[in-house]
Ligand binder design. Structure first.
Ligand code: IPM
Ligand code: MG
Length: 362
């Protein structure tokens, strides 16, 4: 029996519902592979603000640091929109990423054949889409200094952030992206705004120079506005997309829609060493929380990424992914995945149960 310590961060909104479903599936798949996952649930985000007035309590951070992997659901609620930035749930997530030094965010975007008709884009466009967004996660405008708000005499209040990247930050994320591209279709598109921004000029120079060590990988560059357009025009031109923190945030939401719903997209955030953080790309969807309407698949697929990348339990990861794919092929859909009034439209818990049934068959 192999044992792993997993810190579980259910968070807010739909977070607890999708966590319950994911946990039972993880238990089922691991039991059959003789793996024991020891879950520690910790307060994080809005619920931690309620309990401790801190979105990332120190015990939560310590627990994350000493675990083998961290699995998170979603955080945030509009009721915190007005509070000080340091106390917002999102600030807790940014601090967690930064404290664990998770500079590489990997967001695979793969269209399931079963969902070809569910996308808002035509099926000829999204057919065969299988790309990965590699987003730099601990730098750029999210963390750049100086930042803040000041009162000016002349113009009233002024607010500012700084988009900055150093050579080291760009090089280390570029290497991750080139390595990934090398294992895949050997195509890497780096996305920046080098026609306008100094920071992007440096980005492009560094990526190009790292590319010299990966001659077998075809490197291209796109400006972010063009990339946003290309993603909906001809998404299967992409294999690996490498980009900075803010552009990656925006493009990965856009790319998510190629798969039919943002409720489908998992992610892994990784550092040089230490535990990775695995989380869906979507948010906490407070409007549907507690109604059994959420799609748990992004979190289930994030759990599969945790098994594969974080714990190197490839077989368990594959079983989980296969079970998801079979349930979709059988036509079962959560609300976000279909606009039709299907008999096979099911809730979060039922989706979990269907995937569990499927797991027993594999
Ligand atoms: C994401 C989210 C986060 C981000 C928020 C919740 C801080 O949108 O993971 O894409 O902007 O990185
Ligand atoms: Mg985002």
């Amino acid at each position: 029996m192999t044992n792993y310590n997993i810190t579980l961060l259910p968070g807010d909104g739909i977070g607890p519902e999708i966590t319950e479903v994911t946990k039972s599936l993880l238990n089922a798949v691991c039991k059959r592979k003789n793996i024991n996952l020891n879950f520690q649930e910790m307060a994080f985000g809005g619920n931690a603000i309620e309990k401790e007035n801190n979105p990332l309590p120190i015990e939560t951070l310590e627990q994350c640091k000493k675990s083998d992997a961290v699995l998170m659901a979603a955080i945030g609620d509009p009721k915190y929109d007005g509070i000080a930035r340091e106390l917002r749930p999102e600030t807790g997530l940014l601090r967690l990423r930064s404290e664990l030094k998770l500079f590489a965010n990997i967001r695979p975007v793969k269209v399931f054949n079963a969902l070809l008709d569910e996308s808002s884009l035509k099926k000829e466009i999204i057919k065969e889409v299988d790309l990965v967004v590699v987003r730099e996660l601990t730098g750029g405008i999210y963390f750049g200094e100086p930042k803040g708000r000041i009162q000016t005499k002349e113009f009233g209040e002024r607010a500012f952030n700084t988009m900055s990247y150093s050579t080291n930050e760009i090089n280390r994320i570029a290497k991750i992206a080139f390595e990934l591209a090398n294992e895949r279709k050997k195509k890497l598109c780096s996305v920046d705004k080098a026609n306008v921004l100094d920071v992007s000029q440096l980005w492009r120079e560094c990526v190009t120079s790292i590319g010299n060590n990966y001659q077998q990988v075809e490197l291209s560059h796109q400006y972010v506005d063009n990339a946003a357009m290309q993603l909906v025009r001809q998404p299967n031109q992409f294999d690996v997309i490498l980009t900075g923190n803010l552009f990656g945030d925006i493009l990965s939401d856009e790319a998510a829609m190629l798969t039919g719903s943002i409720g489908m997209l998992p992610s892994a955030s990784l550092g040089e060493d230490g535990p990775g953080l695995f989380e869906p790309v979507h948010g906490s969807a407070p409007d549907i929380a507690g109604k059994n309407l959420a799609n748990p698949i992004a979190m289930i697929l994030s759990a599969a990424m945790m098994l594969r990348i974080g714990l190197k339990e490839i077989e368990a990861a594959e079983s989980l992914e296969k079970a998801v794919s079979s349930v979709l092929l059988k036509g079962f859909r959560t609300n976000d995945l279909t606009s039709k009034n299907l008999d096979q439209k099911i809730g979060c818990l039922e989706m979990g149960q269907k995937i569990l049934d499927e797991l027993q068959e594999i």
